[in-house]
Design a protein around this ligand. Sequence first.
Ligand SMILES: Cc1cc2nc3c(=O)[nH]c(=O)nc-3n(C[C@H](O)[C@H](O)[C@H](O)COP(=O)(O)O)c2cc1C
Length: 185
Amino acid sequence: MDIFEAIKTRRSIRRFLDTPLEDGKLQKILESVRMSPSWANFQCWRFLVVKDRVTREKISELSYVESFFAPLGYKANPARKGLGEAPVVIVACADPSQSGVIWDQHYYMTDLGIAAQTLMLSARALGLGTVFVGVFDEAKLRSLLNIPSHIRVVGLFPVGYPQEEKKEGPPRKSIQEIVFYEKWG
Ligand SMILES: Cc1cc2nc3c(=O)[nH]c(=O)nc-3n(C[C@H](O)[C@H](O)[C@H](O)COP(=O)(O)O)c2cc1C
C-alpha cells in the first residue's frame, strides 16, 4: 500500500478480532515509529507494549474520565472495548525534559503526535487497525504500569486486526476552510 493510500484509508478502529498480532508486524511498527522526526532529534518518546490480557482490561477501565465524558453524555470512552480486545496496547509516553519549550509551546506533544501518526499509518499499511486514545486517567495508569512521575502518558493505541473495514470516516473540513494563501483569511 502506498503512503497516500494508507493516509486516505486509515480510520480509527475501535473493535478488534481475537487474532494474535504477529511479532514481526509489531516490530515493524515500532521500527517505523523510531524513525520519526523529533525536537533536536532528542526522541523524548518511550513506548510501553502491553500484551497481558488482565493489564489491558485494567487499561480499558482507566480510559473513562468522568469529568470529561459525563458532560458529553458518554458513559464510556468510545475506545474502551477495543483496549481490552486488541492483542496489544501501545502506551505512548514522553519525557518532556527531553524536548523543547518555546513561548509556551510544549514540543513533546508535537513529537508524540508525529510518532502517533507514524504508528497509525504503519499499522494501516500492515492491514492492522488502531486508534489514538487520548483520554484516560493518567495518574492511575502511571501507578498500574510503574511509569515514573516525570513521564507524561500521551496516548494509548490498541493494535490488532479490525473487526470491520470502515470505508467512511467522519467528514473533514474543505480545503477552502483550512488553507489560506499568502495571508491569513
Ligand atoms: C489527540 C487525539 C485523541 C483522541 N482520543 C480519543 C479517545 O479518547 N477515544 C476515542 O475513541 N477516539 C479518540 N480519538 C480518535 C478521534 O476521535 C478520530 O481520529 C476522529 O474522530 C477522526 O476519525 P478517523 O480517525 O476515523 O478519521 C483521538 C484522536 C486524537 C488525534
